[in-house]
Design a binder for this molecule. Structure first.
Ligand SMILES: CCCCCCC/C=C/C(=O)SCCNC(=O)CCNC(=O)[C@H](O)C(C)(C)COP(=O)(O)OP(=O)(O)OC[C@H]1O[C@@H](n2cnc3c(N)ncnc32)[C@H](O)[C@@H]1OP(=O)(O)O
Length: 310
């Protein structure tokens, strides 16, 4: 069985030793291929891929081979089921079309993603809650478990689920005067462990614990200082360039070796997540259905609306 050198981690985890050794042939071919792609050109012609998605677009730069995945759900890219499904489709498409890397960004001018769409969790039924949470899990694992180099061009605020997507990537570049963080405790809710894993990958444990217990939203500058974002860019274009440069830094590195090394860092979190994912859905349904949580969500939504009208 021939295996792609860009096999997603969730599948690589299930490989037998024979399958792994067959990947080594691919390894050698990939070496040759990556040697041909040494220089990363910036800019260049872009090709819009034929995605069947409504709320995401994928553009591949023909010179660099890097795909830009853009979330486009006005006004704030809040993550409803459709956006979460489209994210997964686009990630799969990028993995299958042999792109050299993936940059996640937003079509909004001041918001990367406002996190889960609270309307999807409010005043709804258990089946809908199950779908919402399962799709959030699926979108996260597709990004976190991708063997491609991934980077987030955070061109606006990234609270909660927005921060989740950004920290699922390997590199983050953020524009000034925005906020990012996992603010769940401020909303009276507890983020499960898998949801914190990207955050815990990039921050020292002590900083992460304090931020998560406080539900802290970091400004761009603060996020840079603690290492939650890797660079600050003055515009979305600059953020995209910096993300491309990060992905380009792997041009001389064999992609299979790179991907499997990434896997070794993430495998434990992924395995833990796979073990508890069904229980986690049940926990979410139980929590989100509680009358006091529903009441708080209603108040939160009202306050968001009032703020918008000011
Ligand atoms: C029950 C257990 C749950 C466990 C879940 C744990 C995991 C994940 C959780 C989440 O992701 S929950 C979502 C958390 N997100 C937030 O708290 C962000 C809230 N939004 C904002 O802070 C701001 O909107 C913004 C992102 C900083 C953008 O500010 P801006 O001034 O540009 O826009 P607004 O005027 O505030 O919003 C415009 C419009 O959008 C609506 N909206 C904003 N965020 C959401 C959202 N997350 N879900 C649904 N709708 C949202 C907002 O109400 C406005 O609506 P209208 O007034 O235009 O109707």
């Amino acid at each position: 069985m021939k295996l792609s050198s860009r096999i997603p981690f969730r599948l690589a985890l299930k490989q037998t030793p024979e399958q792994r050794s067959s990947s080594i042939d691919t390894y050698q071919r990939t070496m040759l291929h990556s040697n041909l792609l040494r220089l990363v050109a910036r800019g260049g012609p872009k090709r819009l891929m034929s995605t069947a998605t409504k709320l995401t677009t994928v553009e591949v730069n023909d010179k660099t081979g890097i795909a830009t995945l853009t979330m486009n759900r006005p006004p704030v890219n809040s993550q409803n089921v459709q956006l979460l499904e489209d994210l997964q489709k686009s990630i799969t498409e990028i993995e299958n079309n042999k792109s050299r890397g993936l940059i996640l960004t937003s079509a909004m001018s001041n918001v990367f993603s406002a996190g889960l769409d609270i309307h999807e969790m409010y005043n709804t039924n258990e089946e809908r809650l199950r779908i919402v949470w399962t799709e959030l899990q699926n979108a996260w694992i597709a990004l976190y478990g991708s063997s491609l180099p991934t980077a987030a061009a955070i061109n606006g605020h990234a609270p909660a689920g927005g921060c989740l997507l950004a920290t699922a990537c390997e590199y983050r570049v953020m524009v000034p005067n925005c906020r990012i963080g996992l603010n769940e405790t401020q909303l009276g809710i507890i983020a499960p462990k898998w949801l914190m894993s990207g955050f815990l990958n990039v921050l020292p444990k002590r900083v992460a614990e304090r931020a998560l217990t406080q539900g802290r939203m970091f400004t761009t500058q603060e996020a840079f200082e603690v290492g939650l974002v890797d660079e600050i860019a003055n515009s979305k274009e600059e953020a995209l360039e910096k993300c491309s440069a990060f992905i380009g830094s792997f041009a001389k590195v064999n992609s299979l070796a790179r991907g499997l090394t990434k896997l070794q860092f993430r495998a434990e979190n992924i395995k833990e997540f796979e073990k508890i994912r069904e229980k986690d859905v049940a926990n979410f349904i139980a929590l989100a259905s509680r009358p006091e949580i529903q009441k708080d969500m209603g108040i939160y939504l009202e306050n968001l609306k009032k703020k918008g009208k000011k």
